[in-house]
Write a protein that binds this ligand. Structure first.
Ligand SMILES: [Zn+2]
Ligand SMILES: [Zn+2]
Length: 251
């Protein structure tokens, strides 16, 4: 039986070879035993060559946002976290927003490669279970898209990932926050400009009470924190006990 299964798999791979979603080369070692979480998640989607440049994070980093350099060696937090007093407690992320990993997030968000929701969900889930200080969690919510962006893309990239988290389905609230207006692309804005751009963009859905709740916010990429801070501010103002953030990547 096992032999027959192996033969079928071999025949299938000869007729329909699996190719890397990034470079389109055949994936040769997709059944190889993966030695780390990223390999394990991505082995069926990305070739060995493209997997190699993944970086989980910095060696020395801010305990709140994960930023690489901590200017003041006596402090556990970076200059930006001390200066801006974000409304969220902590940010944890799967990997750095660079190389192939960055391209994969682009393919997922902008080229409709929705099959990547599954490995991304696995990676985020593994990250979450390692964040002991995030538990217990009362509510899990994605950063919402404005309705116009949602129509254009067809899906909320964070929510599609969250639906894969079978163990947490009862805690997921896709409509906890409402994005009241579409914000311009923030790529070329400074942190202060982004913060201003985000003022009153998010509103708590009046159907929900968050008083005393511990909330996990999920987003794809953390850049300056302006977006998740806008969400967290609204939740904290409404009485939430704490807001922690989990993202696929950190820019
Ligand atoms: Zn490749
Ligand atoms: Zn920081």
């Amino acid at each position: 039986m096992q032999l027959w299964k192996e033969c079928k798999k071999l025949l299938r791979s000869l007729v329909f070879p699996d190719v890397c979603i990034h470079c389109h080369q055949p994936i040769i070692t997709k059944d190889a035993i993966a030695d780390d979480i990223y390999h394990h998640a991505m082995a069926a989607f990305v070739c060995e060559n493209c997997i190699k440049d993944f970086q989980a994070g910095h060696d020395i980093k801010c305990s709140r946002c994960g930023e690489a350099a901590i200017e003041n060696t006596h402090s556990q937090t970076c200059h930006a976290c001390e200066k801006y007093q974000n409304s969220f407690d902590k940010v944890r992320f799967v990997g750095l927003y660079q190389g192939t990993y960055k391209q994969l997030i682009h393919l997922y968000k902008f080229k409709n490669k929705r099959q990547l929701a599954k490995p991304f969900a696995y990676l985020l889930g593994q990250k979450l279970v390692s964040c002991h200080d995030y538990f217990p969690i009362d509510i899990i919510a994605p950063v919402p898209l404005h309705i116009s962006r949602l129509r254009e893309r067809g899906f909320n990239q964070s929510l599609l990932i969250l639906w894969q988290w079978r163990d947490y389905l009862s805690k997921i609230e896709p409509k906890l926050l409402i994005r009241t207006r579409s914000t311009q692309s923030q790529i070329n804005l400074t942190r202060s400009q982004r913060m201003i751009n985000m003022i009153s963009v998010f509103q708590l859905n009046p159907e929900f009470l968050v008083e005393g709740k511990r909330i996990l916010l999920v987003d794809d990429v953390y850049t300056t924190g302006a977006t998740v801070n806008g969400c967290a501010q609204e939740l904290i103002n409404a009485g939430a006990k704490c807001v922690n953030v989990l993202t696929l990547a950190r820019a």
